[in-house]
Design a protein around this ligand. Structure first.
Ligand code: HEM
Ligand code: HEM
Length: 184
């Protein structure tokens, strides 16, 4: 049984991690800016990158079905394995739900999303100021939830590396080489 994530899974993980970190930063920065052409440009970039995450996550899930992740070491308790699976499932769910909430909020605020300025996405809702405001709060709250999960995710990765000293972190590293001991 292969002990590694495939190169494609690694590329999608780290590529999307960078894009998502950028999206969160840009989201908080742009919403705090006074109205200006730059602010509007940043909103467009945010929406284009967010829609790209929505598309890539389906590709990633499809790839995962065809190339299942490596099994956990038997030293990892069943409870911890279940927690890790639940955490990953929640991250995947947020990579779908957060972009959809952004798309819905843009529709309710009456600003159509045109992906990279070429592909117009249909507005999912009629323009409605109150609903737009509410959906903005939903989008923001989901991002706080994502930040909490990511803090746990990153902490777990370093715990495996430095405390448990197993291969869980290494097998996701771009050029990491996991040892082949007991991963059955
Ligand atoms: C994984 C994808 C995404 C992440 C991580 C993300 C993250 C964020 C964050 C952190 C904010 C700032 C929230 C605040 O402080 O108010 C924000 C705002 C916003 N996002 Fe996203 N977003 C994503 C996808 C999208 C998508 C796909 C769209 C639209 C198609 C979108 C549209 C917006 C808009 C319009 C705002 C500003 C709301 C306003 O000022 O009314 N986002 N996003
Ligand atoms: C510095 C940041 C990050 C580090 C150190 C990190 C580390 C890791 C590691 C070591 C794994 C493999 C865990 C295992 O085999 O059980 C993993 C898997 C995963 N990571 Fe991250 N990650 C980071 C950022 C992110 C971000 C931003 C997201 C998305 C929001 C994310 C989503 C996932 C998901 C969904 C998996 C499960 C992959 C699968 O089994 O299909 N990660 N991460």
């Amino acid at each position: 049984m292969n002990q590694h994530y495939t190169s494609t899974a690694k590329l999608l993980h780290w590529g999307m991690a960078v894009v998502i970190a950028g999206l969160i930063t840009l989201g908080f920065v742009m919403t705090d800016m006074p109205l200006s052409p730059e602010k509007l440009q940043y909103y467009s970039w945010h929406k284009w990158a967010g829609v790209s995450v929505f598309m890539l996550v389906w590709l990633r899930l499809g790839w995962r079905v065809l190339n299942p992740p490596p099994p956990y070491p038997s030293a990892m308790s069943p409870l911890m394995q279940r927690l890790a699976h639940a955490g990953h499932a929640a991250l995947y769910a947020l990579m779908v739900i957060i972009p959809v909430s952004g798309w819905l909020l843009s529709s309710a605020k009456g600003v159509q999303t045109v992906w990279f300025g070429v592909l117009p996405l249909p507005d999912l809702l009629e323009k409605n100021k109150e609903l737009g405001h509410l959906l903005h709060e939903v989008h923001e709250s989901l991002n706080y939830l994502l930040l909490v999960l990511l803090a746990g995710h990153v902490a777990a990765a370093f715990k495996h590396h430095w405390l448990d000293r197993d291969d869980i972190f290494k097998r996701m590293l771009p050029f990491g080489s996991a040892s082949s001991k007991d991963n059955a």
